[in-house]
Design a protein around this ligand. Structure first.
Ligand code: PLP
Length: 361
């Protein structure tokens, strides 16, 4: 990350992105998946930025993944032509209003994991049959959404009967985020569940063109077997969770919150101007505090109010009031959503500002 001296004039807190780190993260992921002949469809909810997603297309991405139809709408309006909403979307009136214009310019797929939500698509948007792709979500062990492999054939048949031929299946090994030591098992669960699903569909005579897996921790292990596509998102920036899970090194951290010390009035601590409005309150039980302070001997942000981040650091020499410090967020996706723009730095200088165009979408 840039020397903080170069950012002295920055208004804080700021979300600062290192262009060179981000592009090298993209290059690494692009070549990993190209070597395995697996399509890369990055989850762009991580950055919500068409500028960044365009760079990803230039580094091997075949299309983008989003989490909501509103995000899909923003990316379609910015010219993206192949978008997958990896979420079991409920087709309400707002969905219907957004989906039709997207389909005028882009290929759009949405997740489905129940006959009830399939029924809502049929009731609300019967006219998009043949144009909207469905992807059936499989639960490989996260137990959040998705059907088990043994239920896939009946849901696929229901889709066909409704006139929505499913294009494929997808899963997310998100249980890898349960704590360190779970990544290999979650990746194996993704591969196994998708292979089982594909076999069942094949035995029933049902096509399955796309078999999509993905998360940043599991991508290095799950791109194998029946899998044809991966959807990592966080890899582009990385974050403290990825450091702890072993998915990245310190040098591969591509985004930090740059914040200013506003108080040292209490002994053994200092307070920065990044509170929950800049760092989010995301803190899984296996992560210490709310962010890693790079300049204070690896101290954590221990307490948050909305505009205050308290860093308790007994025995460590404290920065002075007015100094800048940078914080590696625990989970970068929820932090990006709190900022209107990213400040892009390269070789120590601010070179661009990218709007977080799909913020809160
Ligand atoms: N696919 C789905 C369905 C997700 O929910 C997510 C993240 O939440 C991803 C892909 C991307 O995974 P990661 O955040 O580990 O990069």
């Amino acid at each position: 990350m840039p020397a903080l001296d170069d950012l002295a004039g920055l208004r804080t807190p700021a979300l600062v992105v290192d262009f060179d780190v981000v592009t090298s993260n993209m290059e690494r992921m692009g070549s990993l998946l190209a070597q395995r002949d697996i399509a890369l469809r990055p989850h762009v909810k991580t950055h919500k930025s068409p500028d960044l997603a365009r760079l990803q297309l230039g580094h091997g991405a075949a299309g983008v993944t989003v989490a909501t139809v509103a995000e899909a709408s923003v990316f379609a309006a910015h010219g993206f032509e192949d978008i997958f909403v990896a979420y079991p979307v409920w087709a309400d009136a707002e969905t219907a209003r957004l989906v039709r214009p997207i389909l005028d310019t882009a290929r759009l797929a949405v997740g489905v994991d129940s006959e009830a939500s399939l029924g809502a698509w049929l009731d609300r948007l019967p006219d998009v049959r043949g144009r909207l792709d469905l992807m059936i979500e499989i639960d490989c062990g996260q137990h959040r959404t998705g059907v088990s492999p043994d239920a896939v054939v009946s849901l696929a048949r229901a889709c066909h009967e409704a006139g929505f031929a499913p294009r494929g299946v997808f899963t997310h090994g998100g249980h890898c985020y349960g704590g360190p030591g779970l990544v290999a098992g979650a990746a194996a669960d993704e591969v196994r569940a998708l292979a089982d699903t594909k076999d069942r569909l094949g035995a029933a005579g049902l096509a399955c063109e796309v078999v999509s897996a993905g998360s940043t921790p599991t991508v290095g292990r799950s791109g194998t077997g029946a899998v044809t596509e991966e959807r990592p998102g966080v890899y582009v920036f990385n974050d403290r969770q990825q450091l702890i899970l072993g998915s990245c090194t310190d040098e591969q951290i591509g985004a930090v919150v740059v914040t200013r010390v506003v108080s040292t009035s209490v002994a053994d601590q200092f307070v920065v101007d990044a509170g929950s409005k800049a760092l989010s309150s995301d803190s899984p039980p296996w992560v210490d505090g709310f962010g890693l302070v790079t300049e204070a001997g690896g101290a954590s942000v221990t307490r948050l109010s909305e505009e205050h981040g308290v860093v308790e650091c007994p025995g460590v020499s404290r920065p002075a009031v007015g100094d800048l410090v940078s914080i590696v967020p625990n989970h970068i996706c929820s932090v990006v959503n709190l900022f209107a723009e990213m400040v892009v730095v390269q070789s120590g200088a601010v070179v661009d500002r990218w709007p977080v165009a799909a913020r809160r979408a």
